[in-house]
Design a protein around this ligand. Structure first.
Ligand SMILES: N[C@@H](Cc1ccccc1)C(=O)O
Length: 502
């Protein structure tokens, strides 16, 4: 029997009774492991050997893990700085402790998050105190880092290891080892004698010009050979999904709106019939900017909006009967929703007066002074949209959402009646989280009220919505914490490996 070099070498070193690893065979034959793997696959296809795969998981410290082993875990450094600053007896201002700890950049966040999680102490109203019962010297994560560095990871607690992996301090390496045993056919072939048939691995200019290529035997491609994964920079899944949302909406006949991230309160709130004393307009919810007022608002429109606020719209209209100040409307803040853009476009300020039917959208950032948690970010992307047409109804609204979400594989949208000062009726949208089964709020919508449309000079119906792009992503990819895709706690494997759908 004629076989390629490496196959012959492999057969001669393999045994019928003792499974040998490719690595062992590589040492025995002086062939490269990848060459032997290819040969082993070929021999397996000819039933001359049996192949067995075993996956081994090993743990390794990442660079960050190694650094913390040298310098100490950030939360423990924070604890020690706090204890030194007297935080055992009384609470101490957080800034003072952070400065004393010499923690910098993202490590400050990491320290604070883990300090609280591990119960090393308490953080309240910008003050920090340490927990007298905490014992950072016997920190389980620290001990596990040492054990892994010493190659002694057996017997470590799974939860601790999972935490370290989640924190990006430890990496799990999976390695597939292949083991080869001779089959009966293989033994027979060896007894009958195998010899080398040279194969050519690479077509060269010489082979071509000499015409020799016609007579040689080419090695087969081994598409199953192991290769190192390559991870380079790539567009973030959030941006990729934003692009695919834009494509979808353009496909549904929408045009894109663009406009300022920092805008006058007039466009963010007043035009939306949000009373000036509405709780969402206080400084607790919004990011006010220390800039000049935006005084060049369209006077006629401002007058009509003020009138709607004071007196309502139409003969039976009811206004808010609360104070209204132009100066308050001219204040500039980071937009808390992109409905400010919808107002700019519907008013005719951006592209002139519009005749129905019209469809517009934007997929852009909004900013809210929220508390960061698993489902909330301080800045996130909103999928804003509106349709202007005669005689719109709730059916049109629901139908549009069903069509839109179906393009991303989401077919179980639920609607709940809601209240917005600017739409009537209003609906919140919900979807089911694919891994937890929880019902997640994914958007807010409605049909604009007369009090909004009439001052803008719009005489037909307009239905509108603001959907959260990050929540759409959670439903599409099944991650549970929005911080998996953003910031210092992000899940690098997810970001590297997830394939953007649609
Ligand atoms: N602005 C709303 C979304 C919305 C837009 C337009 C109409 C109705 C609701 C929000 O941010 O939640």
């Amino acid at each position: 029997m004629q076989l390629p070099d490496a196959a012959v070498a492999l057969l001669e070193s393999a045994s019928a009774t003792d499974a040998k690893s490719i690595e062992q065979l590589a040492t025995a034959t002086d062939e490269k492991p990848e060459t032997l793997t290819g040969a082993a696959f070929d021999l397996e296809a000819d039933s001359l050997v049996a192949l067995e795969e075993r996956v081994e998981v090993s743990l390794e410290l990442t660079d960050e893990g190694k650094r913390y082993r040298e310098d100490g875990l950030p939360e423990v450094r924070l604890y020690r700085a706090a204890a030194d600053a007297g935080a055992a007896d009384d609470s101490v201002p957080m800034g003072q402790v952070i400065a004393a700890s010499e923690l910098e950049g993202p490590e400050v966040d990491i320290a604070l998050t883990n300090f609280a999680r591990k119960g090393l102490g308490f953080i309240d109203s910008g003050e920090l105190s340490v927990n007298a019962d905490a014992d950072p010297d016997s920190d389980a994560e620290r001990a596990a880092l040492d054990a892994i560095a010493d190659g002694d990871a057996d017997g470590l607690d799974d939860d601790t290891v999972d935490r370290l992996v989640e924190r990006g301090l430890v990496e799990q390496r999976e390695q597939t080892h292949r083991f080869v045993t001779l089959t009966d056919d293989g033994v027979t072939a060896l007894m009958e004698g195998v010899e080398t048939a040279a194969t050519v691995g690479q077509l060269t200019p010489e082979l071509l010009t000499s015409g020799e290529w016609e007579d040689v035997e080419f090695a087969e491609y081994n598409v199953e050979a192991d290769a190192e994964p390559v991870t380079g920079g790539k567009t973030h899944i959030l941006r990729q999904t934003a692009e695919s949302v834009k494509d979808t909406l353009v496909g549904m006949g929408f045009q894109e709106m663009q406009g300022p991230h920092a805008d006058a309160d007039f466009w963010i709130n007043d035009a939306l019939f949000m009373p000036q004393d509405h709780p969402a307009r206080t400084h607790w919810d919004r990011f006010t900017l220390d800039t000049d007022l935006m005084t060049d608002l369209p006077d006629d429109l401002v007058g009509r909006v003020e009138d709607a606020h004071r007196n309502g719209v139409g003969p039976d209209g009811e206004g808010y009967h609360s104070p209204w100040s132009r100066e308050f409307a001219e204040e500039v803040a980071l937009r808390g929703h992109t409905t400010s853009l919808s107002m700019r476009y519907l008013s005719g300020e951006e592209i002139g007066d519009l005749e129905p039917p019209q469809r517009f959208f934007s997929v852009e950032k909004v900013y809210r002074n929220d508390t960061l948690d698993a489902t909330h970010l301080l800045e996130f992307f909103q999928i804003e949209g509106w349709v202007m047409a005669e005689d719109l109804s709730v059916r049109d609204l629901m139908g549009t959402f069903e069509e839109f979400y179906a393009q991303f594989g989401i077919t179980d949208i639920e609607f709940k009646p809601h209240y917005n000062p600017y739409t009537e009726p209003s609906f919140e949208l919900f979807g089911t989280h694919p891994t937890t089964g929880e019902i997640v709020e994914i958007g807010n919508s409605g049909i604009f009220r007369e009090e909004v449309l009439s001052p803008l000079g719009v005489e037909c119906d307009v239905m509108a919505w603001g959907l959260a792009l990050e929540r759409l992503l959670m439903l599409m990819y099944g991650f549970e914490d929005i911080r998996d895709v953003h910031g210092t706690l992000c899940d690098l494997d997810l970001l590297r490996n997830v394939e953007v759908l649609a």
